[in-house]
Design a protein around this ligand. Structure first.
Ligand SMILES: [Zn+2]
Ligand SMILES: [Zn+2]
Length: 137
């Protein structure tokens, strides 16, 4: 049961990202002039719909619907965490939150880097302490 809730959460957040990209002008609709992969299909494929007229409204509606689903109680555990700096609650899907990335050279594989991300509020971002041995990315 737990696993299902987690999978559902990640499915919905992926959907949300897709919608967000669409709203930013990288559409996932193959018939749209802003279709994200149209370069790959250049020769045999001509987009027909104008993104602004055909997609934006439905993307906005979808976003509201997905966000409503994601605000269900059972997703709370996945959606919210504590800010690494101020220790207050943080909404991973909110636009006040961000991930600060760190890297360090991997011990086992030369030439590779390990990565870790720390959730903080954007306003707390500059106060993230760098763990010894890691560099801010
Ligand atoms: Zn579109
Ligand atoms: Zn904070």
């Amino acid at each position: 049961m737990k696993r299902e809730i987690r999978d559902e959460y990640y499915l919905l957040t992926e959907k949300l990202e897709e919608i967000q990209l669409g709203l930013e002008g990288k559409c996932n609709d193959i018939d749209c002039d802003k279709y994200i992969y149209k370069d790959l299909l250049k020769k045999k494929y001509k987009p027909v719909l104008k993104h602004n007229f055909s997609c934006i409204d439905s993307l906005k509606r979808e976003k509201v619907a997905v966000l409503r689903l994601l605000s269900q109680k059972r997703f709370k555990k996945y959606r919210y965490t504590k800010c690494n700096v101020c220790k207050n609650m943080l909404d991973r899907l909110g636009n006040k939150s961000t991930i600060v990335s760190f890297t360090k050279p991997a011990k086992r594989n030369k030439g590779y880097h390990e990565w870790k991300g720390i959730w903080t509020h954007k306003k707390c971002q500059s106060k993230v302490k760098i763990t010894k041995g890691w560099d801010k990315f």
